[in-house]
Design a protein around this ligand. Structure first.
Ligand code: SF4
Ligand code: SF4
Length: 172
């Protein structure tokens, strides 16, 4: 299992061509989402997200009204106040949680989510490898996009390749 951030980034970069080839393989062989869901659950159980928090440093989180309501109740604020203090508008969708100057989520403090128990649905579901609304299925392109920083995605993708019987000709 690869979890070191530098090694993850290096390997993901090294495997870019291989991952492209795997996208074609998935399409041609109609590799269904079920296998990925099984592998995703296995890898998620083996990785400690609380020791990582890379997604909180690298992704912007879109939130919905349910998220706002939960966070507001937790912080003892009104939803409109949470929206004003902790989010910014995104022309492409719903409001986004603010980022700190470092790029980290506004609620991340020393790798700890300050609102963990009420974190947005997008945070709870990332990296979308197990079955639920918006899960990735076998869309290898969506998966490999996050492999450079997420240990769950990288290791699940590698295991998915192995169990699907993929033998790369490139990207080594
Ligand atoms: S709300 Fe919490 S879990 Fe979600 S990105 Fe921010 S720090 Fe991470
Ligand atoms: S989902 Fe991935 S990037 Fe986010 S904390 Fe867990 S292992 Fe790290």
């Amino acid at each position: 299992m690869v979890t070191d951030p530098a090694e993850l980034a290096r390997l993901a970069h090294e495997k870019e061509a291989e991952n492209l080839e795997f996208r074609r393989f998935v399409k041609e062989h109609h590799a269904g989402p079920e296998l990925l869901h099984v592998i995703g659950a296995e890898v998620e159980a083996a990785v400690d997200c609380t020791a990582c928090a890379a997604c909180c440093r690298h992704l912007r989180v879109e939130i919905g009204q349910d998220d706002l309501d939960r966070i507001a109740a937790f912080l003892k604020l009104r939803p409109a106040e949470v929206r004003r203090m902790y989010t910014e508008a995104d022309p492409a969708g719903g409001p986004l949680l603010l980022a700190q100057p470092s790029g980290e989520c506004v609620f991340l403090h020393q790798r700890v989510c300050l609102i963990y128990d009420v974190r947005p649905a997008a945070c709870r579901h990332f990296p979308y490898l197990t079955p639920h609304e918006n899960s990735l299925g076998a869309r290898a392109e969506s998966i490999s996009r996050h492999a450079w920083f997420c240990p769950i995605v990288f290791n699940a993708l590698e295991e998915f390749k192995r169990r699907a019987g993929f033998h790369p000709h490139s990207g080594r």
